[in-house]
Ligand binder design. Sequence first.
Ligand code: F6R
Length: 613
Amino acid sequence: MCGIVGYIGYRDAYPIVLKGLKRLEYRGYDSAGIALIDDTKLNVYKKQGKVAALEEFCYGKDVKGHIGIGHTRWATHGEPNDRNAHPHLSNSGKLAIIHNGIIENYAKLKQDLVSKGYVFHSDTDTEVLINFIEDIYTNNAGSTLEEALRIALKRVVGAYCILIVHEDEPEVIYAARKGSPLVIGIGKGEHFLASDATPIIEYTREVVYVNDYEIAIVKPDELILKNLGNERQTPYITKLDMQLGAIEKEGYAHFMLKEIFEQPATIFDCLRGRLDMKDVSITLSGIAAYEQQILAANRIIILACGTSWHAGLVAEYIIEETCRIPVEVEYASEFRYRNPIVKNGDIIIAISQSGETADTIVAIDQAKKNGAIILGVVNAVGSSIARISDAGVYTHSGPEIGVASTKAFTGQLAVLVLAALKLGVDNKTITQERFSYLCYELAAVPDKIKKILEDAPAIKKIAEKYANCQDVLFLGRGYNFPIALEGALKLKEISYIHAEGYPAAEMKHGPIALVDEKLLSVFIATKDPYYEKVISNMQEIKARKGMVLAIVSEGDKYSSNIADDVIIVPETDELIAPLLNVVPLQLLAYYIGVEKGYDVDKPRNLAKSVTVE
Ligand code: F6R
């Protein structure tokens, strides 16, 4: 989703802002733009398409200046074109704004401004906002831009992270946020601003995460934070714990491939210090203070979107099995609008890679207001969801740049398995013996994933064989049903092939009508209590001439004879199996996407961090 970058200091702003925009490309966007102040002249350049197109457009133009703001736009109001790209200028031509988010009451504001004679050159809510600010600024004698900004933001409904520069104030960037992230990097005589830390880490590790309803007045040597009531806030400086290599491809063809291959290491990191195999115990200090409340809860609600929602579904199965506490898994976007019943002390688990997903944020905000305890399972350290949560466990998967979530998903699963086992053993709803066995199996996951990854060339061949399929069904039962959903989502996102995930037994209640010799069914048929039943479902497909690809356990005798192709994964307990079984499905989607020539790291229409509703 939209990316924001800003620089103010002693260096040339253009290369820093441009590089920052490239670092943010992974978020997904359809146009890009930049505003620079060269002494007293404000220059704005913007272009539909990739940052490379903007760079080409800027070639030979005046890109001088030590203050600059840049934006990658993911279209909401108005189609993606040069006109709607950010930055937007105010009618005087003196103010430039970039904006991530949506101004919901923009239509009314625009109507008022039009009646005052303002002219609009784009279809965006952002251009309305900058003219609204300008209107307050020019019509209140003696008012400063800072005051005008404060007044405007009090009247704006919606979400925003904005950066504003003023041609007459070439020594300051004004920034503000509500609901969309903003990080400010602190340098010596310079500041860096961005939607996340990736454009910042090569310059400084000291950052301030701006809070909702705060305005930042950023000068080369000074960072002033104020709330909307004009009270000074103390900037809380945190140290970034992120390596530059983590946001570079490091020799891999794509971030997605790199991130799939990182999973043995990211899961190991996630388990480190939490799963102790010497005395076979689990420590989750992040949620320890809430353990008794969780175990006493009548139910747990899990809120998430997309892939994180699939992790929630796996968690439902695991927590109910190990803790015997009912779990409901809800799409955050549905939960927030359906007047849900949330009571004081209810336990809510919010799962999010980015920690910035707007639907999840609003849903947990509402639940928190009703007295629920929010536990976050988040990857991005310092993100909004991590900060809203009362407690939580980070997944420690490192920055995920590929738009399709891979290593963050297995990180979420690892955290949720850890939590379920810890709660289950303390609650005595699983035996010590089963607990120990599952801990052992969990500890073995990184090595078992390594083994699956060794088979990548074979999976690539299978992917090439099926790359021209039009429709694919993913089928699994029990713990593998959410993995079927996730396999289908990965394939849709990366290869634009129509894919559906179903519980294997549901197939005969409708989807079987789709089966013919052109339909591929991918079965997750690893060893578990439903294995025989899944084999029967597989035979039903073969009897109708459908193509079958099966993910099977080592030593599998039956499905290999039925399926057209098999991918073998190491055996493990059914509760741990999702962590392994999703990996070949990630690779399958990746190789099909590559075979079809698509940009697998930045699939069309998708955004990495979905910061609007
Ligand atoms: C799919 C994917 C999305 C996200 C969803 C939630 O590959 O990445 O479905 O899972 O947008 O995002 P987070 O986890 O950041 O809240």
